[in-house]
Structure formats: structure tokens, C-alpha cells
Design a binder for this molecule. Sequence first.
Ligand code: IVH
Length: 682
Amino acid sequence: MTEKLPDNIKKEIEKLVQELNYHCYRYYVLDSPVISDAEYDKLYRHLKELEEKYNYVLPDSPTQRIGAPALEKFEKVRHTEPMLSLDNAFSYDEVREFDKRLKRLLNSKDDIEYTVEPKYDGLAMELTYRKGLLFRASTRGDGYEGEDVTQNIRTIKSVPLKIEGEGKIPEEIDIRGEVYMDIDEFDKLNKQREQNNEPLFANPRNAAAGSVRQLDPSITTSRKLHLACYGIGMVKGISFKRQSELINWLKESRFPTPAKIKVAKGMEKVIEVITEIEESRNSFSFETDGAVVKVNDFGLQQKLGVKTREPRWAIAYKFQAHQGTTKIREIHGSVGRTGVITPFAIFEPVRIGGVTVSRSTLHNWDEIERKDIKVGDTVVVERAGDVIPHVIMVVKEKRTGKEKRFPIPEKCPACSSRVVREEGEVAVRCVSLHCPAQVQEKIIHFASRGGMDIEGLGEKNVELLYTKGLIKHFEDIYKLKKEDLIGLPRFAEKSAQNLIDAIERSKRTTLARFLFSLGISHVGEFAAKLLAKNYENLRKLYRVSPEEITEIKQMGKKIASSISTFFNDKKNLDLLNVMVKDHGLKIKNPDFISEKEEHMPLEGLTFVITGTLSKPRKEVEDLIEANGGHVSSAVSASTDYIVVGEDPGSKLQKAKTLGVKTISYDELLKMIEQKTRNPMLF
Ligand code: IVH
């Protein structure tokens, strides 16, 4: 039973929410709390009690950050204004070129005023606020359409649930920023994952992205994420003249903004600020791989406009990669799922750009020869952006004579079978059909995220189940019972049930995923998707000939032969039948494009064109009609899309009031492209 809400309690709740939000801001945005954690917790608990007792919960109450139920899937969100990417500059000269280009375009010799700020290596996010309240958070996606991740973003403590503070509150605003994970947090998370036998994240960016794209917000809550806001999209009820003015408003409104952001007039000053940021980047708590230079004046930004995907008024200067020196302790070979043996080095742990590096792949045996790498060598190791660390060179001056060559193995390190190296190939391969490393890698691949996506069936657990004889082939996964698992190391009642549930869930899958998970040689995610576009179901692939596969433009001879061999092997077909019939795999194929759809991808859709497009209007009309669409000259409720070019007319306004979807010419091409079974590569 909830009690009636007396006025004084209502006021108390409102005050508590305000107070707690303020303390949250002090702690998570300003990093300068004014009360202790214990005091905060006490206030929080008190608020929670009152909310429950009187059933009065404000939308921006801090209690609303957590506790949302897990989702089935993310809804798609179209960005009102596309989320663009940035052009890169790799030298100061390229930044100078950028400035010269802008002066030329603006036909002016005056120094341009820029803002310079760090480029955060995270995940771009759009936060929509309506009447000051956080309404929705969406990922960038392809720039036009992202995913609704509101309930996860709410859990990030530095994200204001309500626009507060000294700034004016707009009617509606799309605030853009980057969600990222601090390096320390990333290291901690990976350590934890290692202990739990979960796959490690390659870098803080992947960790942040993986944490945001969680259907269960309680997982996101447990990952400490941050936000830095650097821009806006659509806005109503407030206007800004400059980027620096926007940043000030964001600050006043309690949004976290980029560290060290500065206004710099003229190129030499810009370069000075970039250097400052680069020099201090090792002291940042987050990973940054560059500095973003933006024209400060929004009027000038407008004048300069955008290219297809990037604005002309901004550029990202990329920093030099992080390097460090360390010693190679050991070299080993690891066996992949196709039997290829890849050498890797184990180093004395070294911190490079804030991340501890203790191993790296050496790619292949030729590379070891070419770089003359030996066990005991001191080497320069580089970590560039998201790239996994690699050895750049040996510091020969540090050699003592005790370094040892590491010869190409004659036997497989996993099963001691002989290895082969085919003429002209760099790869060394174990050809045993029973090599446990290969079998395990095949199972790991089958269960991986891009494949059947069985959570909890990573490297360590596959190794465990394989050595216990519970799975000898990926098909055996579907024979596992809870009783088999309980009592094994790391498995108790709950964890066993979780794995069984994950296996059960994986049975509902798509043809593209399933094909990828089978580990057919050369069939990666892209090829699997292409097959799914062209073949309605698994059966249609049975006994397929290589010639038929090569009819798909992007399928070469090598891949066609490997696909055909797989689907002409009786044992393989029996296995597929068992998986579908006995284990009850439900394979849907949403990617399939029927012949009719392919010929008429725009069938049933009405388009209106406004503004100047990059192609003559007649050509665009013909294109729409050739693809089954209809072109109309006036916007009405039955218009499906309005294709918008430069300087659009009043039709756009009308379309907006009617809620007609607006697309660019590029997006129109994309719509057609998506429905072709033989897409061209751009
Ligand atoms: S401005 C039109 N500022 O970098 C301008 N982007 O490579 C687009 N990013 O998608 C964004 N830090 O996710 C801007 N300070 C910053 C940034 C930043 C990171 C990301 C952003 C964007 C990507 C482009």
C-alpha cells in the first residue's frame, strides 16, 4: 500500500532529487565531491524509501538510472541530422593544408578561429532531450540510423537525466558526444574477465562499445563508463553562434565536455594546442588517438558545408602511435582452427600508452626471419589506435650473444603431428584431422559472437569441456546437459544453468550466422551474409556447384570451391541434418532477397524530390522508376520518402509536418543497394 502524498513530502522528494543530482555532478563530472560517499548513500536510501512509500518518482530521480529490465533487442533510431565522421590529417603539414583549403573556400585571407580538443576513442552517442528531460540515447550506427540504448546510457552517472544548471533549457536538443572507458577501468575489467574465462576486450573502445550494446542494462551499470559531449545535431528553442559558446552552455548545463578544449586563432596557435594535447596525453585517464580541430564559428561551418560523410570544417589530427621497448621472454606457436601455426611473443610486461602489453603476435615465420627476432631480444613494440601491439624492430645494440633463434617448428605444438609448409606459402600448417587445438578453435569459432553467439562458451570453457571429453565437435554442444557441467571447475548450479540457457537460445539463429559458424574455409561474416542474400535456406546450398557460387559477383574461385566442397560432402550434410532435425536449430533468413525484390527494390514506395541533387533530376527519377518506385511531384500523406538535395524548397517543410521520411540521394542509392544480391563494393 502506498500512502497519500503530503505536500511537504513531495517537496522533500524534489529537493532530495535535486541535491543528489548535484552531488552526482560534483563527483562524476567535476571530479570534486563535496560530501562523502556514505553521506550520498544515506541521502539516496532516504529518497528511495520515500519514493516507495509514497509512490512518487521523478523522471530524473537518480534511482531511475538502474533496475530497467533486459531488452529482447534494440529498436532502430533515425537521427534527425546525420552523425558524420571526420577527415584525418597525419602531419602538421596536412593540418596546414586543411586551413589553406578553408581560406580558399571562404575566399578570405583572415586567420580562422578554431577549437582544438582531444579525440576520444570511444563510441559516438546522440542524447535527445525533450523539455529538458533525457528522452532517448542512440548509437551512431551508420550515421543515419543507430540503436536505442537509452536504458544503458541512463546508468552512466555523468549523463544528466535532466538539463539543469545556469544555462537556458531548449525545447528539444540532440547532444552528441563520446562514451568511453578509462584505461584503468579497462585494465581492471580485462583482469576480471581473464579470471572468469571470458574473452578479453582488445582496447578501451571495444570495451565501451561492448558495454553499451548490452541488452541487459545491469551489465552496463557494472562497467564504469564516461561521456564527453562535443557537439549537437537538431536543436529547437536555443541557438549558438560558436562551438566555444556551445561548450560553455554544455558546461553550465552540467554536461561533461572534452578535457583541455581550447580556442585557437590561426594555424600556428592551433598546432601549439595540438602539441600540448599530444604531450599530455599519457597523463589522461582515457585513450586518445588524436586532436579534433573545428572551425569555431557556426556561420562559417554552415558556409563550408559537408562532403558525403565528413564536414569540411573539421579535421582529426592523428597522433603518432604509442611505442615502448621490452624484452622477449619466450616465443611460441599457436594453432588456429584451420591448422595454421602462428608464432607469438611473450614480453616482459611493459606499459605502452597506458595499457599493459605482455604479448603480441609475430604474424608468421617469414616475419621472424625478416626482422631477425630472437628469444631474449630487446624489441620496440608499437600500439597504434585499436591495433593489437606488434613488434616494430629489434634493438640490435642490446644483444649479448645469448639470444636464441626460434626455428620453424617441425611438429605441431598442440598434437606433435608433422607440419607442412606448401610451396610459396608463408603459413605453416598442422594437417592432422584430430589436432585438439584445431578442433577446439573450431568449437570456439562456432560459439563466438559473430557465430552462434553462445555466451559463456569461450576459450577456457571449450578447453575444459574438450579435455573432459564432453565435446569433441561443435555438434556435441547441443548434447550437453546441466548435470554434465555441475561439479566441473567454475561450474555451479547457476553458471551451469546459464550456459545451458545460452546454448538453448543460440538455436534460434540466422542463416548468415550459422554459415559463418561452420568455419568453412574463406567464409567470413561478409561471405556468409552474401550467401544468405542469395540462398533462401540451408537446403538450397546442398550439392551446390562451384560455378553456381561464382555467379555471385564477389565470390571468387577459391571461395566457391571451398563452399561447394563443403556442401557436397555427405558427412557434412548428415551433420547439418542432425543439427536441424535432432537438435532443433531454427534457422531464419531475414537477409534473403527474392528475385522480385531484387528487381523491384522500391516497389510500392512513392518518392518526392526536392532541391538540387548531385545527379540531374531526370536521371534520379528514372532510377527510382527503374527500381519499381513511383515519383510524385507533390508531397502528400501517401508519400513514403522525400529525397532532399541542396537548397530544398517548401516541399521539405510540408514533408516534415506530415512526418514523411527524408533521405539524401546517397541514402536512396543505399536503399537500392541493400536489396541487391550482388552489391558492388564502394
Ligand atoms: S566531432 C562532424 N569531436 O570521432 C564532427 N568527434 O572520426 C563529428 N570523436 O564519429 C564529430 N572525439 O565518434 C568530434 N572531440 C571530438 C571527438 C569526436 C571523438 C569521434 C566521433 C566521430 C569520430 C569521427
